[in-house]
Design a protein around this ligand. Structure first.
Ligand code: MG
Length: 395
């Protein structure tokens, strides 16, 4: 353990504020349509006055957490676990992990805030404390929402004109429709690479046929994410063995034990790590360590989350050698991509900017106001509210 890892931190306050961010255009998958994201910022203050921040977005369909439950966990058991506590970053992270069952997004928000504060108190970029270097970049992708083929083609042309070279496509539930959509995307961007995400949509035999069809169509597919149900490890292994296209686990991997089961079963070629599933950086690093040992590569992804979460995930990605792929486009969907700093992206290449902690400016409570703390105005009969899809944000 290095001296920076073992220098104790004293947490004097934990705060949480709720925000709501409209998206530039709806994020559409087979399961839902998201027009605005409800998110929560966790803030920790150390005895020396250093403040760190982390964030989490509502993803009821994936983690079971709404903005309200995230805020409740942060104001309750998570705050009690670390407020007034003194310990190393490892010890404080362990307190967060043990504070309650589940609540992985809320835990990630607080655990990232602690890491941001820790690195700021040492005046170092977080990535360096995790073993990486600020200057290293990774090639990001851009998700094309599930729309009619001509709309997807238009969005694709826009993305490649902006320098994107890797496109992520969420597949629907009708494979014939999907083939038309994919043909339209490829026609609009013949040089782009594709990442396809089935979100558990298929049975193993069906997945094998469909993926073989993509290969026969000559589609430039780099990987297929979660073709079958999360719990069907044997099915994942069957698909991986039968097709040449690399298969990635997403919904099947939440922690290091899941990762170990998957690699021992030789079930997948790739693992998708998200802080909202792992409960923060320590759990994510544990998965990446399993992958490194097994010779499996990882991608980092995220829910439809704001820039703080994405920047923390980028620090993680750059820090760990097993993480070679990133799927971190959510901030490009936000109408107000705040706070400033953290990273830059040019022609698909994402690079950390350095600076203490995550390298971000502090996000104040008045930015992206949610109205959650204001008494609600009674709805008029028949009025349509601009409320975010309560299941939204899952990716
Ligand atoms: Mg996925």
């Amino acid at each position: 353990m290095t001296s920076t890892q073992s220098s104790p931190l004293e947490v004097v306050a934990v705060r949480a504020h709720r925000h709501r961010a409209p998206l530039l255009r709806p994020f559409v998958t087979a399961a839902r349509r998201t027009e605005a994201v409800e998110y929560v910022v966790a803030e920790v203050e150390l005895a020396d006055g250093t403040v760190g921040q982390g964030s989490a977005a509502e993803t009821v369909a994936v983690t079971g957490e709404s903005a309200a439950t995230i805020a409740e966990a942060l104001d309750g058991p998570l705050r009690r676990a670390v407020e007034g506590a003194r310990g190393t970053i490892t010890e404080l992270s362990a307190r967060v992990a043990a504070a309650l069952e589940g609540a992985t997004s809320a835990k990630a928000a607080l655990e990232v805030a602690l890491h941001d504060a820790w690195a700021r108190s040492l005046d170092a970029p977080l990535v360096e404390l995790l073993g990486g270097r600020v200057g290293d970049g990774l090639m990001n992708d851009m998700t094309i929402s599930l729309e009619d083929p001509d709309v997807m083609a238009a969005h694709t042309r826009e993305a490649v004109a902006g320098g994107e070279q890797i496109l992520k496509i969420k597949l629907g539930r009708d494979i014939d429709e999907d083939r038309k959509r994919l043909a339209a995307v490829v026609a609009a961007a013949p040089d782009a690479r594709l990442r396809l995400d089935a979100n558990q949509g298929w049975e193993p035999e069906q997945a094998i046929d469909i993926i073989a069809g993509f290969v026969a169509d000559g589609l430039p597919v780099d990987l297929v994410e979660q073709p079958v149900a999360a719990a069907n490890i044997e099915g994942l292994a069957r698909v991986s063995a039968a097709v040449e296209v690399p298969i990635m686990a997403d919904e099947s991997v939440w922690d290091a034990a899941d990762a170990r089961r998957l690699v021992e079963a030789d079930a997948v070629d790739l693992l998708n790590i998200k802080l909202a599933k792992t409960g923060g950086l320590r759990g994510a690093l544990a998965i990446a360590d399993v992958a490194l040992e097994a010779g499996v590569e990882c991608m980092v992804g995220a829910m439809m989350e704001p820039r703080i979460s994405i920047t923390a995930t980028a620090h993680l990605a750059v820090a760990h050698p097993a993480i070679t792929l990133i799927d971190l486009d959510p901030p490009f969907w936000f109408a107000s991509d705040v706070p400033a700093g953290g990273y830059t992206q040019e022609r698909g290449w994402m690079r950390l900017t350095g600076g203490p902690g995550l390298g971000l400016e502090r996000l104040t409570a008045d930015v992206d106001p949610s109205g959650a703390d204001v008494p609600p105005v009674p709805a008029r009969p028949g009025a349509s509210g601009g409320v975010a899809d309560p299941t939204g944000g899952g990716r």
